[in-house]
Design a protein around this ligand. Structure first.
Ligand code: ASP
Length: 460
């Protein structure tokens, strides 16, 4: 039977790293598109390629709602209300404020640079008249019917419901009533199961991603020629520039709070670099906790703030969502209204809570933002083509944000921070593998990570 042959080929395809499949798809798409343009074959080839790309975009949109519902509920239940004392309140406030700052920075810099200017991509530009006034957008955050919010594609409304139910579940988990607690545990397991299921579906969709990216990029290239390369480089510059600016802002904040920045950076460089290469802030957690320990932060703070940060604080992703939304608006010829900009900021902050700390998760958050401000999805494919490069920087930014918050909160709490004794040689510097070196055990990490399942393979 031919069965013995095809599974081998399929298995080979599956085991080939997705990131390389995407790179090949991108390069192949560019080459094919330019070839089509040069040979003037648009009319014959594009009708075949178009639906292949469209399917990928539809699949991405299909998983947005299941993803945000499960990841938001899971993210919110990772904050134990009991622990929301002073430390919890401070760190949650820090995470939310810096995420809002981050998305505004991404938006602001992109509006200044207009990374997509000069490139026009076919797609149905949102009719400005279709965009509801800001008062209506705000009111719609509270839907009268959650199912209607789902079917209408009301992202903010769905997010609001997920947050509300997530919070209620978090309280139930801490209930004095045994039966309520038991039920809540069951529900949480159910949400975790559903989240894993969504990730399985996403992993499956991403096996199709190279085909989709190839087709979409080929179509864009066939229609625009070399014009798309400059804007993509500009977008990369904007995202990296905004993330570096955010890091400078962190340094200024730390200086204001009299943090010894040199020491902080010496300890933080390992996790930030690890985030950069692994593209997973959850995966970087062990390295981050070790760095926090090295800085002199006590376990009582970092054991809570770091796992929480890896679940709900994604400053780099927020920057990317802001910048890429402007990019998409640019190339579809839409001028974002104040209301749409405000929506992007709001969604950026919520996306920061709802993004799983795994490679590629930000791309789905971008698709969600694009849908919710009424922009066409097609240009997202262009961003998808270079997503891995952007993901590296945004994950580094995500990890840095968690560490800054952790260091500042520890410094503000009595007995939670102690400047490390410099006379004691550092094992990571000397390279010694001293078994006596304390490898931090993350207090509550087990329960926190149990609450945010991240058994997810590479998403891009
Ligand atoms: N890869 C990012 C992280 O793990 C999430 C994202 O894709 O933006 O933090």
């Amino acid at each position: 039977m031919s069965e013995s042959k095809s599974p081998t080929l399929w298995r080979r395809y599956l085991s080939f790293p997705l990131i390389w499949k995407m790179v090949i798809a991108l390069a192949g798409g560019v080459a094919a598109g330019l070839g089509i343009a040069t040979l003037d074959l648009q009319d014959t080839v594009l009708p075949i390629l178009d639906p292949l790309g469209e399917i990928f975009l539809r699949l991405l949109q299909m998983v947005i709602f299941p993803l945000i519902v499960t990841t938001l509920i899971s993210g919110v239940t990772s904050i134990s209300p009991k622990r929301l004392g002073r430390i919890g309140t401070k760190i949650v406030a820090f995470y939310l404020v810096t995420s809002a700052l981050a998305v505004s920075l991404g938006l602001g810099l992109a509006l200044l640079v207009s990374p997509g200017a000069g490139l026009r991509m076919p797609g149905e530009p949102a009719d400005a008249a279709d965009v509801p006034p800001i008062s209506e957008t705000l009111l719609n955050i509270v839907p009268d019917n959650p199912f209607e919010a789902l079917s209408d594609g009301n992202v903010l409304g769905v997010m609001f419901c997920a947050l509300l139910f997530g919070l209620a579940l978090a309280f139930m988990l801490e209930s004095e009533n045994d039966e309520h607690r038991e039920l809540a545990l069951l529900l949480r397991r159910g949400v975790e199961g559903a989240m894993e299921l969504v990730f399985k579906v996403i992993n499956g969709i991403l096996q199709y991603a190279p085909v989709g990216v190839f087709a979409l990029i080929a179509v864009v290239m066939a229609e625009t020629g070399f014009d798309a390369i400059g804007p993509l480089l500009k977008l990369t510059g904007v995202v990296y520039g905004a993330i570096i600016t955010q890091m400078v802002v962190y340094v200024v904040i730390m200086l204001l709070f009299r943090v010894k920045v040199g020491r902080f950076l010496a300890a933080a460089k390992d996790p930030v670099l690890t985030g950069f290469v692994t593209r997973s802030s959850s995966g970087t957690l062990p390295v981050s906790t070790r760095a926090a320990e090295k800085m002199g932060v006590k376990e009582g703070v970092y054991g809570f703030t770091l796992p929480l940060g890896s679940a709900i604080n994604m400053d780099g992703t927020a920057i990317y969502v802001g910048a890429a939304t402007v990019f998409v608006a640019d190339i579809t010829g839409v001028e974002l209204t104040i209301g749409q900009l405000a929506t992007v900021v709001l969604i950026g902050v919520l996306a920061s809570i709802g993004t799983a700390g795994v490679p590629g998760a930000g791309l789905l958050m971008l698709s969600m933002t694009i849908t919710s401000v009424g922009l066409p999805m097609a240009p997202v494919a262009l961003v998808a083509g270079i997503d891995a490069v952007l993901d590296m920087a945004r994950t580094a930014g995500n990890v840095a944000g968690d560490l800054v918050g952790t260091r500042l909160v520890a410094g503000s709490e009595e007995g939670m921070f102690q400047e490390p004794d410099e006379s004691v040689p550092d094992a990571s510097v000397t390279g010694s593998d001293d078994p006596g070196t304390k490898v931090p055990v993350v207090e509550n990490a087990a329960s926190d990570s149990e609450r945010t399942p991240t058994k997810v393979e590479d998403l891009t």
